[in-house]
Ligand binder design. Structure first.
Ligand SMILES: CCCCCCCC/C=C\C/C=C/C(=O)SCCNC(=O)CCNC(=O)[C@H](O)C(C)(C)COP(=O)(O)OP(=O)(O)OC[C@H]1O[C@@H](n2cnc3c(N)ncnc32)[C@H](O)[C@@H]1OP(=O)(O)O
Length: 302
């Protein structure tokens, strides 16, 4: 039942005409993130989309302060934005970045996984799955311009991209640090990392919950390029131009060849994966770990 509610909510959101989204910011024009006139902006307050139709490129900027945590709303709005871009043949590439200074994304929203109902957990997890599937199998060239720290789910978002550019700032670490929270990266998080850095590096990184600073991130291959902070966007645009020089059909079929077997593993057992998540996240010991971790984050300030 819970799964059906979750699916219905997501389906309703996905099918809702864009212009009727409650938070939509339709058709605003503004200075280009990549420069030039004719840039149009749409999206929602939490997921801004700047499009440059002449270049065929869009920029998705996550804006969920203070830390760009991936709440249910963010996940849903992200999927809707992506789908809109996929369906518009004007666009061939998208850059994913953050509008929150110093933070790419703090990962999954811990408050969505702590002290909530089973129905809520199921709805939330389906939304996490949906975003991963959409990003991982996107026909667009997807480039991450990582302009801040990027733990766990934040790292996962960038791992689904075709290429990762990280700003060279020692504070901007990246990795799947789930074990440090007393939780476990699900198998498809693990697969995405293994496909990027190889089995041994992934095993060590996952067990130890490693967060790599830029130089090390580049060395292990969890990012493809490290550039000075003020050049992240321009570097992402240069990389985009190179990837867009490849004929779409050949690149897309190749991407599919590389990624579909991994995605299919989740697609074939999506409901079972949700049940697994429900059992895991509802355990008293896991809820306790999450509460302790959240309290530590909150007390940091005091
Ligand atoms: C056997 C197989 C089992 C399978 C089952 C699978 C189960 C596994 C489930 C899920 C996988 C989980 C994935 C995740 O992504 S979990 C999230 C991991 N994220 C982190 O560890 C990052 C935590 N945050 C930080 O380290 C820092 O906040 C920061 C470095 C990102 C930013 O630091 P700073 O600028 O100093 O900000 P604050 O720490 O002060 O935070 C501000 C504010 O934001 C709150 N907050 C931070 N992160 C999160 C978050 N991820 N979710 C929700 N809220 C967050 C923080 O608590 C502060 O709140 P406030 O005090 O109320 O203002």
């Amino acid at each position: 039942m819970a799964l059906m509610v979750g699916a219905r909510v997501l389906a309703r959101n996905l099918l809702r005409p864009w212009s009727r989204l409650p938070d939509a910011v339709p058709g605003r024009t503004g200075p280009a993130a990549g420069g030039g006139d004719g840039v149009r902006c749409f999206g929602s307050p939490r997921v801004l989309v700047e499009t440059d139709p002449a270049k065929g490129v869009a920029v998705i900027k996550l804006k969920n302060p203070p830390v760009n945590s991936l709440s249910l709303e963010v996940l849903t709005e992200f999927v809707i934005s992506l789908e809109k871009l996929e369906n518009d043949k004007t666009f061939r590439g998208v850059i994913v970045t953050s509008d929150c200074p110093g933070i790419f994304s703090a990962g999954l929203d811990l408050t969505e996984m702590c002290g909530k109902s089973q129905a809520h957990y199921a709805e939330y997890w389906r939304a996490v799955q949906e975003l991963w599937l959409r990003l991982y199998l996107s026909n667009l060239v997807v480039i991450a311009a990582i302009n801040g720290v990027s733990p766990a789910g934040g790292c996962l978002i960038s791992l689904t991209c075709d290429y990762r550019v990280l700003a060279d700032n020692p504070k901007y670490s990246i990795g799947l640090n789930e074990t440090l929270l007393g939780i476990v990266a699900p198998s498809w998080f693990k697969d995405t990392l293994v496909n990027t850095v190889g089995h041994r590096t992934a095993e060590r990184a996952l067990q130890l919950g490693l967060l790599f600073p830029p130089a090390e991130a580049l060395r292990v291959g969890i990012v493809d390029q490290v550039v000075p902070e003020d050049q992240v966007h321009s570097a992402a645009l240069s990389v985009m131009a190179r990837w867009l020089a490849i004929p779409d059909h050949a690149r897309q079929l190749t991407k599919n060849l590389m990624r579909k077997p991994t995605a299919d593993r989740l697609v074939k057992q999506r409901d079972a994966d949700i049940q697994y998540f429900l059992q895991f996240i509802s355990r008293d010991s896991i809820q306790k770990s999450l509460r302790v971790y959240l309290d530590k984050l909150r007390q940091k300030k005091g």
